[in-house]
Ligand binder design. Sequence first.
Ligand code: HPA
Length: 247
Amino acid sequence: MADIDLAIIGGTGVYRLASLEGSEAVQGDTPYGAPSGPVRVGRLAGRRVAFLARHGEGHSLPPHRVNYRANLWQLKALGAQRVLAINTVGGITERFGPRVLALPDQLIDYTWGRASSFWDGEGGEVLHVDFGDPYTPSLRQAVREAAARSGTALVDGGCYGATQGPRLETRAEIARMLRDGCDLVGMTGMPEAGLARELGLDYACLAVVANWAAGCGDDAEITLAEVLANVEAASVGLPRLLDALLG
Ligand code: HPA
């Protein structure tokens, strides 16, 4: 199969890429088990693009049950070298209010108990990859330039805190994350980014802010309806941004 120019992993509220033309579904298996669902491979802006819904196309997988290893393995096996991850998040600091699209440059991992490496020590092999810059600078730059070219508002930078979920956080947990330096909170950023690095893939996170995190903003209860409505509104600029990124 010819190489894929860009793989996109869709998060909560992003289950299909409407602009993906002539797509075929690849239902794969990997040494790590089955991916979240079919990878849809088609053309976007004249390029070969693969799309995978992280939680499954019917959103049946909670963040701690996603087989992150299988997902990334499968995308690489199909020939992808660059992965743009779309992650729905809560906003903690002022610049990251609901409906913002953000391109974080750092992360802190608060998840636990997830299969977080391809190098589990089996066969006596151990690997420690460099992860000082968890998101690939050249891909971040390409996304930034595409946003500018397409007139898509994008907040550049910020620290993504990855929590275990599936419940949302307490106010005290968010207050601690703020002290730690987090700007955004989501449940799916890790181990995905670390696994991509282990596979040598370029990887960047496009975070879609769905709500103020607990205790931030207006203190209202966070509802799924609010999350989905804000993701839909924030995603309006996505097709233009992707066209510019691929063009
Ligand atoms: N916390 C964690 N994950 C999220 C949130 C949140 O507030 N909103 C969307 N995903």
